[in-house]
Design a protein around this ligand. Structure first.
Ligand code: C2E
Ligand code: CA
Ligand code: CA
Length: 881
């Protein structure tokens, strides 16, 4: 029986199949269950019939098929894994697929549709087989549903109803196949999507607007530290993770996306399960709308951008530091061409950014630093990588400014310099205040003149200049005459105004290179540079004095001031600055002493002498205290009795380096000084002490000590002499004789006579030394109560050859006789001398011919020897004591 042409599904006598299963298929139920349901439904009203389903093998391409399900009584089963290639003669179902239409066959043993089917099929006694093709969603013929009859198949209307039933079941099965196919495809694509999503490493969300459910992927869970099963949750739970500060922004973005403003995008923080916040970039869009056109579903992705944000924030921070730094910042390439500057740079220099980009920083130079400065700067920068220092640059408006710079070289990983970064601050104001402070430190507040410190500086420079240029520099010290009374008479303020006026006048009379400084009070110091001759500076000073002496009008009153000026000239006075100033001050003092309103020039030669003298005096003073001074004793004898009548004490200096020094080499130093008396006192004390020592050895010897006029007339002379004598009570009276010079009494003869008288009362006698060399008059000799006159050795020494000297010696001897004074000759060197002198009536002798001056120990030996032998010399022998 041929199959009907057109089959329309109708509700036949077979009743409807259970569609529940079919519905289940749509929700993921198994295809097998659906096919079984349909097969059972197909044969429910046809007893003894069976059903089969042939389907394209999922793995076989093209014509590979297999029987997947069967039901009802069948001789055997064909397992689904047994696949075969479709061909005619392999059964009704295969034929239906090949023909893509219904097929009716029977009896099977003879039907050509079954000719190649296995025998067990053909000879199973099956009466007939009907088959209906199955189609998938793409209308491709992918299988067949077969109905097999053990009994003869229905006829007529019943056959038609059965065909309809078969067709209906086949169509339902097709629908099932389509659904299954779709479901599988959907499942596969879901799976694929899941793979893709997990592969891209971004979190994904899928928001069903109606259910308000949000679905996420695992990546999102991992990103937020959430457990892997936290994939579905209401939107609120998702929003609860958004940082409260960012939430309004996020909600607004969602709203505007829902309102149709286009894709949703937001960067915000979301709370990680561990509590910290993660910066995310969240993007999504509406992917489905409902029937009313409202958004029904949104899908989007979330990426973790924390690192990105951190970097960005860091960049922003850096940029903000760069832009808002209080320092000017300039970045240049290795050739010092500007790449970038910040606002402060522009504010300081006055240049706009665009004006400087690409330019070499050289254009800022002021010319205040020379080539070597920049040379050093670059050398240091290249060597050390940094340079730190100050420099003066020029602004756009030409103004100078001081900057404190810090330049660093930026190197790449290969060590090559790729940039220079310069940081600088404008320290002009600082410099200004520094200058102000310096001015305060180096200037007098009242007159604004340089003070002592600055003067010292200027002086050093002036001296260097004088040396270089071979010129003279004058250092002057100026002191106003009678300023104090003026100051006292008027107010202090008036005094100040006077000083300011004086300062002004001083400045007026000096040249640019000169210096006027205030030393304090009414004292000023001046430095004149570049003078050629000493005269030149005298002229300058006279001009100065004249200008100062001009009346000063103060409050309608004319005041007059004069000054005393002391001056010294370098390098004629080659002292150091301090000393130069002191010399000028000394000279000023001389000018003051000369009555003021004048100037006095310091005499370096005189000063040198004074200084040398002072030093020498200090040296002798030290010698006295260090015990380097000694007294030597020269005996005096009486030629008639040959007795030693006494010794003269003569001072010696046993100098540690120069050996034994005679008095002529050091005594003049002490002349006319306080030290002279000290030295004299020492001589007196030593002489008395030594005589006491001799007394201990059985010698009583009168000693003569030389006394200078200054010492003799010293007010302390008599008291200390009497104290000294009192300290040696064992020494008999008359043991001490003082030798004085004629000049001693030249001043006040009465006073001297009085002193001599006082000494007589202490048992001290006097000899007039070096008689004949001075200008003593006879009246004078008469009034001076000395016992002895000493003929000066110069006459004695020469009297053998010089008749005039002999006459003087004779004269002195007769004079002494006339005035009833003893006479003694010194400088007796030979027997000739002693013979003539004794012949002339002078029996007392002293000289090398008798003995040389000698130390005390030697004197003792000499005295002893003289005691033992009378024939020792041609001179008279000593008398034993
Ligand atoms: P004077 O008081 O006229 O002392 C005599 C000087 O003549 C001594 O020199 C002595 O050494 C030296 N003289 C003695 N006999 C001879 C001689 O035969 N030939 C030569 N050529 N010279 C002889 P002296 O010791 O160098 O003393 C020099 C002067 O120094 C002394 O001259 C005296 O004025 C002074 N003098 C020495 N000692 C003292 C002292 O203790 N106090 C003070 N105020 N003056 C002293
Ligand atoms: Ca003497
Ligand atoms: Ca003498």
């Amino acid at each position: 029986m041929p199959p009907p042409e057109i089959l329309t599904p109708t509700a036949g006598p077979f009743g409807p199949p259970s569609f529940d299963t079919l519905a289940q298929l749509g929700q993921g139920g198994s295809l097998e269950a659906v096919l079984d349901t349909l097969g059972e439904c197909l044969i429910r009203t046809l007893p003894g019939s069976a059903w089969m389903v042939l389907l394209a093998h999922p793995e076989g391409a093209g014509m590979h098929f297999h029987y997947v399900r069967q039901g009802g009584p069948l001789p055997f089963q064909r397992p689904p894994e047994e696949a075969f290639t479709l061909a005619p003669g392999l059964g009704s179902l295969a034929q239906a697929v090949l023909e893509q239409g219904p097929v009716s066959s029977g009896p099977l043993a003879t039907d050509p549709h079954w000719c190649y089917a296995p025998d067990i099929w053909r000879h199973s006694g099956l009466q007939a087989a009907w088959a209906y093709p199955l189609r998938d969603g793409n209308n491709r013929c992918t299988g067949a549903l077969g109905l097999l009859f053990h009994a003869p198949p229905p006829h007529g209307a019943e056959a038609q109803a059965t065909w309809q039933h078969l067709e209906c079941m086949a169509r339902l099965a097709s629908l099932g196949l389509t659904l299954h196919q779709q479901h599988t495809a959907l499942h596969d694509s879901r799976q694929e999507l899941a793979h893709v999503l997990s592969a891209i490493g971004e979190g994904v969300w899928d928001w069903n607007v109606h259910t308000n459910q949000v679905t996420h992927n695992l990546r999102w869970c991992a990103m937020m530290g959430l457990p892997p099963d936290y994939l579905h949750h209401p939107l609120e739970e998702f929003l609860a993770l958004v940082h409260p500060e960012d939430l309004p922004r996020v909600e607004l973005a969602i709203q505007s996306c829902l309102a149709g403003a286009g894709p949703y995008q937001s960067e915000h923080r979301m709370r990680h399960a561990r509590g910290h916040y993660v910066w995310v970039r969240d993007r999504g869009n509406v992917v489905e709308h409902d029937q009313e056109g409202k958004p029904a579903r949104l899908i989007g992705s979330i990426a973790d951008i924390s690192t990105e944000m951190e970097a960005e924030q860091h960049l922003r921070l850096t940029a903000s530091v760069f832009q808002h730094a209080h320092e000017g910042i300039v970045i240049t390439d290795p050739a010092a061409c500007i790449i970038e500057v910040n606002d402060t740079f522009c504010a300081i220099t006055g240049y706009a950014r665009e004006e400087v980009l690409g330019r070499n920083t050289r254009f800022l130079r002021s010319g205040h630093q020379d080539r070597s400065f920049y040379g050093q700067m670059w050398a240091e920068l290249l060597e050390k990588g940094v340079w730190h220092g100050e420099m003066w640059n020029r602004k756009k408006n030409g103004e100078l400014y001081a900057q404190l710079s810090n330049i660093s070289a930026v190197r790449n990983e290969h060590g090559k310099i790729i940039q220079f970064v310069g940081l600088f601050s404008d320290i002009t104001a600082l410099k200004e205040s520094q200058r102000h402070l310096e001015h305060l430190a180096y200037h007098d507040a009242l007159t604004q003149l340089p003070n002592r410190s600055l003067l010292a500086d200027r002086m050093r420079m002036a001296l260097l200049q004088a040396e270089r240029n071979h010129t003279l520099t004058a250092v002057a010290y100026l002191d106003l005459d009678n300023f104090k009374p003026v100051n006292d008479q008027y107010t202090h303020a008036t005094g100040d105004r006077l000083l300011v006026e004086v300062a002004r006048r001083l400045l007026q009379t000096t040249r640019a290179g000169d210096t006027v400084a205030r030393m304090g009070g009414d004292e000023f110091a001046l430095i004149y540079n570049g003078l050629q001759t000493p005269d030149e500076c005298e002229q300058v000073v006279h001009r100065l004095l004249a200008r100062l002496a001009e009346p000063i009008l103060l409050d309608g009153q004319a005041l007059q001031l004069t000054a005393s000026i002391g001056m010294t000239l370098y390098p004629l006075d080659g002292s150091d600055p301090d000393t130069l100033l002191r010399h000028a001050d000394q000279a000023m003092y001389m000018a003051k002493q000369a009555g003021g309103n004048c100037f006095h020039m310091f005499d370096p030669e005189r000063d040198r002498r004074l200084r040398a003298h002072r030093e020498a005096l200090e040296r002798v003073d030290a010698a006295l205290h260090d015990g380097e001074l000694e007294l030597h004793y020269q005996p005096k004898v009486d030629a008639r009795s040959n007795a030693v009548i006494g010794v003269e004490a003569l001072i010696r200096w046993r100098h540690p380096h120069l050996g034994l020094l005679r008095p002529a080499e050091f005594l003049p130093i002490a002349l006319d000084t306080e030290f002279e008396a000290q030295l004299g006192d020492w001589a007196l004390a030593t002489a008395l002490h030594d005589m006491e020592t001799l007394l201990g050895h059985g010698y009583v010897l009168p000693v003569s000590v030389n006394i200078t006029p200054h010492h003799l007339t010293h007010p302390d002379f008599i008291p200390s002499l009497s104290a000294l004598l009192a300290a040696h009570p064992r020494l008999p009276a008359g043991v001490l004789e003082l030798e004085i010079l004629e000049s001693t009494a030249m001043g006040d003869i009465d006073a001297v006579a009085e002193i001599i008288a006082a000494c007589h009362r202490l048992g001290v006698s006097f000899a007039l030394d070096d008689f004949g060399t001075g200008y003593a008059s006879l009246t004078w000799l008469r009034r001076l109560p000395v016992q002895t006159i000493k003929i000066d050795q110069s006459f004695v020494r020469n009297m053998l050859e010089d008749s005039e000297d002999l006459a003087i010696v004779q004269g002195v001897i007769s004079l002494a006789a006339a005035f009833r004074r003893q006479v003694i000759a010194e400088g007796v060197e030979s027997t000739d001398h002693s013979q003539i002198l004794t012949a002339l009536g002078c029996h007392l002798l002293q000289g090398y011919g008798v003995a040389r001056p000698m130390p005390l120990t030697q004197l003792r030996v000499w005295l002893q020897a003289r005691q033992q032998s009378d024939t020792r010399s041609a001179l008279p022998a000593p008398t034993a004591k």
